[in-house]
Design a protein around this ligand. Structure first.
Ligand code: SAH
Length: 362
């Protein structure tokens, strides 16, 4: 049996020829035993990257308030499923559930479901959420029926993408093969003729499509069209679709070559919010946003919450709270690159924090 993901992929290419980019990414991140997310916990300072809930407890607290308001907009059903997709270390859910207890009727209505593919991360989540009544499923389709709240932070950027390359005036699939030394190398695959790909593009241009993410958004959209609920999706990427390559690898908080040591670095791509929203809307959901994360968190009260916590904190804790909050909302940090998109059942009133800029709504 092969020992590394690089060997597994190289063997597959030698036998069957170059593989699609999506297959490379899916294997590197989610191979059942050796995948980057399957086997270990990549978050935090000692890991490869850090995420908003790991930066500040206020992130999960404000999402709790959003969920509470969405639940009230749903008519405060006595039971509501709260599903988090891709919960990482479980930090966001821990902060969310602690905050939810300020409204015991809301906290008691919650049935918490964690949607997680990685066994290592499921264990990590169980540690963080020790004592909380939560259960796990592997796919969103396994979440029980009924009123639903969904939260996903930095999930879509970690889903496999497809790439196309423009050559000779037409789009081709972009593949990964082997060079003479056995290293991975991008290749040009078969011509793809699809009316939804841009007609004009420069020679050599790369186009990405998050097909797995769009399918997930469509599935959520269908569910929200059929039964009451709302979803809050937070990720990084542009609000408008465009041409260009964004697939990148990060290891130990540094950029890493995408085609080197698959499985040992995180692979992400910018999320195309316009296409995610369109997929959910076509499936019947109402789409709100995206709005920049900084604006969303400010509207949800991040400054007030940070001030409140700082009053009761040591000077050291206060400095940590202030720098964490700033990092989440500063335009030069996560404030504008990250976007917040909500999907809702069409019958729900507008949800908090997502009104367009300049609007008087919360
Ligand atoms: N939300 C966390 C972690 C983001 S990393 C945070 O903010 O810190 C992406 C997470 O999504 C990991 O937990 C990964 O294992 C999980 N994941 C990836 N694909 C998934 C899928 N199809 N369904 C459920 N979880 C998935």
């Amino acid at each position: 049996m092969s020992e590394t993901i690089a060997e597994i992929l190289a063997e597959r290419i030698r036998r069957h020829g170059p593989i699609p980019v999506a297959e490379y990414v899916a294997t590197a991140l989610y191979h059942p035993e050796l995948g980057y997310y399957t086997g270990h916990d990549p978050f935090g300072l000692g890991g490869d990257f850090t995420t908003a809930p790991e930066i500040s407890q206020i992130f999960g607290e404000l999402i709790a308030i959003w969920c509470l308001l969405a639940w009230q907009a749903m008519g405060a059903p006595h039971r509501v499923i709260l599903a988090e997709i891709g919960p990482g270390r479980g930090t966001l859910m821990a902060d969310l559930l602690r905050t939810a207890r300020i409204r015991p009727d809301f906290a008691q209505a919650l049935e918490v479901v964690l949607v997680e593919t990685s066994p290592a991360l499921r264990n990590r989540q169980a540690q963080t959420l020790d004592g909380e009544a939560v259960h796990w499923v592997e796919r969103i389709g396994q979440v029980p029926a009924g009123p639903l709240l969904v939260v996903a932070n930095e999930l879509f950027d970690a889903l496999p993408i497809r790439q196309f390359v423009h050559q000779g005036g037409v789009w081709h699939d972009r593949l990964i093969g082997l060079d003479a030394e056995g290293g991975f190398q991008f290749r040009v695959g078969a011509v793809v003729t699809r009316p939804d790909l841009p007609a004009e593009a420069p020679e050599g241009a790369i186009l990405e499509r998050g097909e797995a993410g769009e399918a997930l958004a469509a599935g959520l959209g269908r569910r929200l069209a059929d039964s009451l609920g709302a979803a809050l999706l937070i990720d990084y990427g542009p609000t408008r679709s465009g041409i260009g390559e964004t697939l990148q690898a990060v290891r130990h908080h540094q950029y890493h070559p995408v085609l080197t040591a698959p499985g040992q670095a995180d692979l992400t791509a910018h999320v195309d919010f316009a296409r995610l929203g369109a997929a959910a809307a076509a499936a019947g959901a109402r789409v709100e946003g995206p709005v920049p994360q900084g604006r969303f968190l400010s509207r949800m009260g991040i400054e007030e919450r940070a001030r409140m916590l700082m009053e009761a904190a040591t000077p050291e804790q206060a400095a940590h709270l202030a720098s964490g909050a700033r990092r989440l909302i500063d335009p030069g940090e996560m404030g504008t690159l990250f976007q917040v998109l909500a999907l809702a059942s069409p019958s729900l009133p507008p949800l908090p924090g997502l009104a367009p800029q300049g609007s008087s709504a919360l």
